[in-house]
Design a protein around this ligand. Structure first.
Ligand code: 5GP
Length: 173
């Protein structure tokens, strides 16, 4: 059985999300950005973030599959659900839970660029730079973490643990 151990507490997360929101708010004054959440993992982060942003914005989601039920990115990324909003000329802020190999994000960002938005920036709560296989620039980074699989605050292992309020490692018992 795996056993979640707290790694980043809910209070540390709260502070970090507030810092990120403050920076984003300053950069998007009067811009009505479209925030694009990458499902499923980013839904908790995105919902905390937008309530702290307290400014006009819109939200849409995309859903990608790459992990299946394991803990390793296959790199074989498929978009299962795409945007419902036209993005040409829009200010886009992509909101991601974690950037690991970067493979799923970089193909999605390339696809977005072809639709000619006014700008695209990326906010990611967690970053595992040691695992990167393709370069990804994170405009609003949260925590840099080592190469360990984490769950909680929206992140799952095999659909479990998304509800945990802290970000945890999985330890074998
Ligand atoms: P990438 O394409 O960057 O390798 O994969 C990014 C996606 O893989 C994230 O959006 C997330 O869904 C998943 N992922 C990467 N690392 C972890 C991790 O440590 N824990 C969990 N739960 N998902 C992860």
């Amino acid at each position: 059985m795996e056993n979640p151990r707290v790694f980043i507490t809910r209070e540390q997360i709260r502070q970090k999300v507030a810092e990120l929101a403050e920076r984003i708010r300053q950069d998007y004054v009067n811009k009505n950005p479209l925030l694009i959440g990458i499902l499923k993992g980013s839904f908790v982060f995105l919902s905390d973030l937008i309530r702290l942003l307290d400014m006009p914005l819109e939200v849409d989601f995309i859903r990608m599959s790459s992990y299946g039920s394991g803990t390793e990115s296959s790199g074989d990324v498929e978009v299962i659900q795409y945007l419902r909003t036209a993005i040409e000329g829009r200010e886009i802020l992509v909101v991601e839970d974690i950037v690991d190999t970067g493979l799923s994000l970089s193909s999605f960002l390339d696809r977005l660029r072809q639709e000619k938005p006014a700008s695209i920036r990326l906010c990611a709560l967690l970053d595992k730079p040691s695992r990167r296989k393709t370069p990804v620039h994170i405009d609003y980074p949260g925590f840099t973490i080592p190469d360990r699989f984490v769950v909680g605050y929206g992140l799952d292992f095999d659909e479990k643990y998304r509800y945990l309020p802290d970000i945890c490692y999985l330890e074998e018992e």
